[in-house]
Design a protein around this ligand. Structure first.
Ligand SMILES: Nc1nc2c(ncn2[C@@H]2O[C@H](COP(=O)(O)OP(=O)(O)OP(=O)(O)O)[C@@H](O)[C@H]2O)c(=O)[nH]1
Ligand SMILES: [Mg+2]
Length: 466
């Protein structure tokens, strides 16, 4: 995500990071590079100007924390300003006390509305809500079938109707779901190639009928500044509460994500990071800033892990870790979990300090994971449970059995040891020491855990901790 921007900002700041003192010239140089990086990422010109001015002011100002070097200080300032730019304070969706909550999705053709509707339904269902979908895009004949198919996949009811009037579909759909135990209705609407009068007029009518609790504008991040212009045009006619930004998995440069809040005053609420239906996430500006600056995103990593891991599985792992054990069986299990969490590259980037080290590694070798599995599967149950018994001759046998080398086996043995060390720390309630990896600026510092943790997650966590 935003690889080029991320690289350039990190190299602009990398120079400052290690310095004990900062002079005017070093700061100016860094500011110039930050400015270029943002412009190249297609961030709105005015937004860039203001951003750099803020950072400079704070960087040379009195904003001093004793625990940081001046270089780290600037990194922190940039992090804070990026967070501010994208809308500090995560803002979720609004829910009515009297159901149903209605969420209207609007946007240009192909921006990702229909898939986003299904993704959002899935996300909400995982949170314990009872969502339903209404197919109010009557422009494209295939649109209704598309939504219906998606609804089937995620087992969420879809309302459809044979008519050419989207207002009627919305009215009847809301009526149909009124007493079916549905508490959240998501409306998929028609898109047009450009913002035009007909699109706006139809949307206004649909909005007036639905009286949505949330109007979300679906924007394609790949379209850069154009997305921001679209947002402005929509805002004039159909006020939206927030943005659902799609296609952040592609080579989007970041301009849209970084500008839209500043230009429209409306925050990004959700981001879609892939085509799969579970690839929709709430947007957290502070975490995104950390990711962009290569500081990792531990919180998202934890949440994804939780979502990917069955609860009993997690309990069992936690119990073992609390005892300070991390056998190769655990290792294998966590590898499998890792694979369920999504593409490896994306996950590794969320680990603080690792992101920038992955440069040049265009594709972390997924095959490597297969080799790891092979090595572990070539161990005897005794060896897996008590790795200490694995001596030289056993290593040779394992390497032979798995078609790998003794070096590879050694590396894996070492990795398990490291993992166990980290797990021991975590189980004692300590975060692993990330400071050393990130030049002193750890994600924790900017991200108080209580703020970023969803209340339902909290529930789940305390439950599984017992
Ligand atoms: N890579 C990627 N593709 C996406 C994402 N979101 C949507 N797409 C793809 O974008 C294409 C268009 O998505 P739709 O959901 O049909 O878009 P739409 O806004 O409903 O389009 P219309 O109904 O024609 O207005 C599909 O091929 C989706 O798979 C995303 O986050 N990442
Ligand atoms: Mg559609």
């Amino acid at each position: 995500m935003f690889d080029a921007l991320s690289d350039r900002l990190q190299s602009a700041l990398g120079d400052l990071r290690g310095r004990g003192t900062l002079d005017e010239e070093a700061i100016s140089r860094a500011m110039r590079e930050i400015r270029l990086a943002l412009l190249e990422a297609d961030v709105n010109f005015e937004v860039v100007k203001e951003f750099v001015a803020h950072v400079r002011e704070r960087a040379v100002g009195q904003d001093v924390l004793k625990s940081l070097t001046p270089g780290q200080q600037v990194v922190k300032v940039v992090h804070d300003e990026l967070t501010e730019l994208m809308g500090a304070g995560a803002s979720g969706l609004a829910f009515t006390s009297r159901p149903p909550t209605v969420i209207l999705l609007a946007g240009l053709q192909g921006s990702g509305k229909t898939t986003a509707a299904a993704k959002l339904a899935l996300l909400l269902r995982k949170e314990g809500r009872k969502p339903a979908l209404v197919a109010a895009d009557l422009q494209r004949p295939a649109a209704i079938d598309q939504l219906e198919q998606l609804g089937k996949q995620i087992q969420v009811p879809v309302y459809r109707e044979d008519t050419s009037d989207p207002v009627a579909v919305v009215r009847d759909g809301l009526h149909a779901f009124a007493d079916g135990g549905v508490d959240t209705v998501i409306l998929d609407t028609a898109g047009r190639l450009h913002v035009d009068e007909a699109l706006m007029a139809e949307l206004e009518r649909v909005r007036d009928e639905a009286k949505p609790t949330n109007v979300l504008l679906v924007l394609d991040a790949m379209t850069g500044q154009e997305a921001v212009n679209v947002a402005l045009a929509f805002q004039e006619r159909v006020a939206f509460d927030g943005v659902l930004m799609t296609k952040l998995d592609g080579d989007a440069r970041g301009g849209a994500a970084l500008s839209v809040k500043a230009v429209t005053g409306r925050p990004i609420k959700l981001i879609s990071v892939g085509e799969k239906l579970d690839q929709l996430e709430y947007f957290h500006p502070d975490r995104m800033a950390s990711r962009i600056l290569g500081m990792g995103d531990v919180l998202t990593l934890i949440e994804r892990a939780e979502a990917a891991v069955e609860e009993d599985e997690q309990k069992e792992m936690e119990a073992r870790m609390l005892k300070g054990q991390f056998s190769f069986d655990d290792f294998l299990r966590s590898y499998k979990m890792l694979r369920r969490m999504g593409p490896l590259q994306g996950i590794l980037k969320m680990i603080p300090g690792l992101g920038s080290q992955l440069d040049g590694l265009d594709d972390v070798d997924e095959k490597q994971l297969g080799r790891v599995e092979a090595v572990i599967l070539s161990m005897t149950p005794l060896e897996r449970g008590r790795p200490a018994v694995i001596d030289g001759s056993r290593r040779q046998r394992i390497a032979g059995g798995s078609g790998t080398t003794v070096e590879e086996v050694n590396r894996l043995l070492e990795a398990r040891k490291q993992m166990e060390k980290i797990m021991k720390g975590v189980s004692r309630g300590k975060m692993p020491d990330l400071g050393a990896l990130t030049g002193g600026v750890t994600p924790d510092m900017q991200q108080p855990r209580r703020k970023a943790t969803k209340s339902n997650k909290k529930k789940k966590r305390t439950k599984s901790r017992r």
